[in-house]
Design a protein around this ligand. Structure first.
Ligand SMILES: Nc1ncnc2c1ncn2[C@@H]1O[C@H](COP(=O)(O)OP(=O)(O)OP(=O)(O)O)[C@@H](O)[C@H]1O
Length: 316
C-alpha cells in the first residue's frame, strides 16, 4: 500500500564532515529542514554554521557526507537559482555598480525579467536608493541587497547566513516578517545566527550546533519538551513541601539558591494543590518558563551574549 505523497525535505544534510588543515570544522552533521518551515541554525561563533551552509549549497566540498536540496544535490537541478537563493555575506555587489544594475545583471541568470528586479527592490526597501552605487551603502543596506539577490529567482528555499548582521531593530523586525511570510507561502528558509534572540520568534525548527556537531535538531516544541517548565515556590517550610511532593510521587524538587523550592515537571496549580492538602503554607508561586537562550547556553557552553545593543535582541 502506498501512502500519500510526501515531498522531500527542502534541505537534507547526511553525515557532512569537513576539516581545514586537519582540524575538524564540521563533524558528521545530519539534519533535515522541513518544507514550509523557518529553520534556525544556531551556534556560537566558530561552531561550523557557515561551513555547513556552504556544503549544503555545494560551495564547499565535504570530506564525507552528502547534501540534498529538494531531494537531490543542488547541481542536479536545471536552474539552481530558482530552487535556492542564498545570502552568505553582505558583500557580492561591485561597489561601483548600482543596486538596480547589479540585479539586472543577474536577472537573466535565474531567468527573470527587469520587472522582477523592481519587485525585489521594493520588497527589500531599496527602491528609492536603487540608483546609488552599492559602495555608498551601509552594512544594513548591503544585507538588504544581498537578500534581494537571493529572492530574485523567487526560490523555493532561502539560505541565509547571519542575515541580521548590520540591520537596525526595525530592520530585524522587517527581516522576520519577510522570512515568516515566505514560510506561510509554502517556501522554506534556513537562517543562521549566533544570537538566540534574533531567531526565537521567527523559527519553528532548530538545528543547534556546538563545536562542529549537531547538539539538537527538531521543532521548538520538541526542544521545550526536553526542558519542561519549572515551578518556583516560596514556602515557610520548603522541606515539608518537598516531602509532600515526594509522597505524591513527585521527586524532582530542589532547594534553589534564593530559598525557593524549584519543582520541575509540575505546574503551579499541581504544586499548590499538594501544598494545600499537606497543610504547608505557600506565600509565592511562579512558573519559570524555560527560555531558549538558557537552553542554548547549556547545550553549547557558549559564553553569555553581550547585553542587547541597538542592533540585537529585538522583541516584538
Ligand atoms: N576556509 C577555511 N579555512 C580554514 N579554516 C576554516 C575555514 N572556514 C572555516 N574554518 C574554521 O572552521 C571552524 C568553523 O567555522 P565556521 O565559519 O563554519 O563557523 P561559524 O559557526 O559559521 O562561525 P561564525 O559565526 O564565526 O562565522 C572555525 O574554527 C573556522 O576557523
Amino acid at each position: 500500500m502506498t501512502g500519500p505523497y510526501r515531498p522531500p525535505p527542502a534541505l537534507a544534510a547526511r553525515g557532512l564532515s569537513k576539516a581545514f588543515a586537519g582540524i575538524d570544522a564540521v563533524r558528521d552533521v545530519s539534519f533535515v529542514v522541513p518544507t514550509g518551515s523557518v529553520t534556525g541554525l544556531l551556534g556560537p561563533n566558530g561552531s561550523g554554521k557557515s561551513t555547513t551552509l556552504r556544503m549544503l549549497l555545494g560551495l564547499v566540498h565535504p570530506d564525507a557526507g552528502e547534501a540534498d536540496v529538494a531531494g537531490r544535490p543542488l547541481a542536479a537541478h536545471d536552474v539552481p537559482g530558482r530552487v535556492v537563493g542564498a545570502v552568505l555575506d553582505g558583500r557580492g555587489a561591485h561597489p561601483r555598480r548600482t543596486a538596480r544594475a547589479h540585479l539586472r545583471c543577474l536577472a537573466p541568470v535565474v531567468g527573470v525579467s527587469d520587472a522582477r528586479v523592481e519587485e525585489v527592490l521594493a520588497l527589500v526597501g531599496l527602491h528609492d536608493v536603487a540608483h546609488r552605487r552599492t559602495g555608498t551603502y551601509s552594512l544594513g543596506m548591503r544585507q538588504r541587497l544581498a537578500l534581494a539577490t537571493a529572492l530574485l529567482g523567487d526560490p523555493a528555499v532561502l539560505v541565509l547566513d547571519e542575515p541580521a548582521n548590520g540591520l537596525d531593530p526595525q530592520g530585524i523586525v522587517w527581516l522576520r516578517d519577510v522570512l515568516t511570510a515566505r514560510a506561510r507561502s509554502g517556501r522554506t528558509v534556513l537562517v543562521s545566527s549566533h544570537l538566540v534572540r534574533e531567531l526565537e520568534q521567527t523559527v519553528d525548527h532548530l538545528v543547534i550546533m556546538s563545536a562542529g556537531r549537531v547538539a539538537f535538531h527538531g521543532s521548538l516544541a520538541e526542544l521545550g519538551a526536553l526542558h519542561p517548565p519549572r515551578t518556583l515556590v516560596a514556602s515557610a517550610d520548603p522541606a515539608a513541601l518537598a516531602l509532600a511532593l515526594a509522597a505524591a510521587g513527585h521527586t524532582d524538587a530542589i532547594l534553589g539558591a534564593d530559598g525557593r523550592l524549584v519543582v520541575t515537571g509540575m505546574g503551579a496549580d499541581g504544586v499548590a494543590s499538594v501544598a494545600r492538602t499537606a497543610g504547608v503554607p505557600v506565600f509565592g508561586i511562579e512558573t519559570a518558563t524555560t527560555d531558549l537562550e538558557r537552553i542554548f547556553l547549556s547545550m553549547t557552553g557558549a559564553p553569555p551574549p553581550v547585553p542587547a545593543g541597538p542592533s540585537t535582541g529585538v522583541r516584538r
